[in-house]
Design a protein around this ligand. Sequence first.
Ligand SMILES: [Zn+2]
Length: 111
Amino acid sequence: MPYKHFSNHMEFARTYPDIADIEVLVAEKGTIGKGPGLSTKQYHNENMVGFVPCSHPTCHNGGLNLAQIIHEMEARKQDRFTGVRMCTGELQGHQHCPNEFHVTVKIKYAE
Ligand SMILES: [Zn+2]
């Protein structure tokens, strides 16, 4: 599915001038690596990223596509999202990466 892509906070501001305020909380969970409850990251207008990389040590190209979630929210003018997304990466032997991302997004749209 095509979506409005951005990779950093400057592109984010250009792509979404109608988003006045955004708050994103991403908690990565996995059993391998640094143990369960790997990390919690926070993003807002000034440090927004389109993609949160997976921290599994042998995961290839994995992570969370934040740009796509925001695109879907903005298309519906949704102001709150909570959900779980599996990592999109693969481990050796084409196994799916077991890590998952618990995501909360809050958006305030410009008037
Ligand atoms: Zn992964």
